[in-house]
Design a protein around this ligand. Sequence first.
Ligand SMILES: CC(C)(COP(=O)(O)OP(=O)(O)OC[C@H]1O[C@@H](n2cnc3c(N)ncnc32)[C@H](O)[C@@H]1OP(=O)(O)O)[C@@H](O)C(=O)NCCC(=O)NCCS
Length: 156
Amino acid sequence: MTLPESAQPSTALREMTWRDIPFLALLELELFTEDAWSEQTWWAELAGRPRRAYVVGEIGGSVVGYAGVDRGGEVADVMTIAVASAAQSRGLGAALMDWLIAEARRGGAGHLMLEVRADNDAAQRLYSKAGFVMTTVRRRYYQPANVDAQIMRLTL
Ligand SMILES: CC(C)(COP(=O)(O)OP(=O)(O)OC[C@H]1O[C@@H](n2cnc3c(N)ncnc32)[C@H](O)[C@@H]1OP(=O)(O)O)[C@@H](O)C(=O)NCCC(=O)NCCS
């Protein structure tokens, strides 16, 4: 059954805090398996603020996605973007990408870069739609899966 627009749970972005870390580490395992960031990695990433910036995406008050950017200079880098499987294809990924682009611009960057697995069609489509273009391929970058990384760039 499709709910009427007014009954859809609301989507919102808010700044990530250390309290989110245990849940984020669980989501990472679900979404990235062998490449998952540990709680320790999340602590280090949040300690990198304000150069790093992170948000979580909530639907109906529950955290179901997140994104982060390093915006220290002329080139900003997408550190991560992810949406829990159960909440995908509802527009949250696109909202997180809009935030990443706005945040990179606010930091004064001229370009925003990211890397994506060559076998990740959903993410590649999201990035192409946002205006990213492929620049180079790093052969067998993701190990042990032996999958290439595609490096993509958006001119801001
Ligand atoms: C990639 C990801 C963040 C997209 O999040 P999402 O909330 O599902 O994305 P949205 O609903 O906002 O969709 C935005 C666009 O992404 C693309 N997209 C999303 N899911 C897709 C799918 N299953 N197949 C193909 N394209 C897809 C489409 O272009 C879509 O736009 P459209 O619906 O107008 O065609 C999500 O699939 C995810 O977290 N995947 C696992 C983690 C991951 O791979 N992160 C990226 C690492 S580089």
